[in-house]
Design a protein around this ligand. Structure first.
Ligand SMILES: [Zn+2]
Ligand SMILES: [Zn+2]
Ligand SMILES: [Zn+2]
Length: 130
């Protein structure tokens, strides 16, 4: 089977979604992403950059992806189940509890990489719309 390189992946990734005639080619990209951590990380980093944040400001890319996530329909993280994590104005990280209010379970360590979140430098972008 034909394979693509990381360079090809990163150069062409955003051509997709593409037309059906290119579906075979698209599969190569999906396959590449499924087997290449470098490009998966790259994808997440691009997403964070698109949201106006710097991927290096977070303890890890997954945290960056979660913290910068914003839903078009629900600017308030407590209104939307797609928010896994919130960063409050006080700089605490937490998992939102959707009981009608705006409480959250505070977390001190990153669930993905284990970093002590108190030691992470404050970031500007919260879960907010651009
Ligand atoms: Zn790759
Ligand atoms: Zn982390
Ligand atoms: Zn939503």
């Amino acid at each position: 089977m034909k394979k693509i390189s990381c360079g090809q992946y990163q150069a062409n990734r955003f051509k997709f979604p593409i037309s059906k005639e290119d579906a075979e080619e698209y599969k190569l990209y999906i396959e590449h992403a499924g087997n290449c951590k470098t490009c998966v990380d790259w994808d997440i980093a691009q997403k964070i950059i698109e949201r106006g944040a710097n991927p290096n400001d977070f303890c890890c890319l997954i945290m960056g992806e979660k913290v910068t996530f914003s839903c078009d329909q629900h600017p308030d993280p407590w209104d939307c189940v797609d928010y896994t994590l919130v960063r409050t104005e006080k700089g605490n990280y937490g998992i939102p509890i959707r009981d009608g209010g705006s409480s959250y379970i505070r977390i001190s360590f990153c669930p993905w990489c284990g970093t002590n979140l108190k030691k992470v430098k404050p970031i500007k972008v919260l879960n907010k719309k651009k």
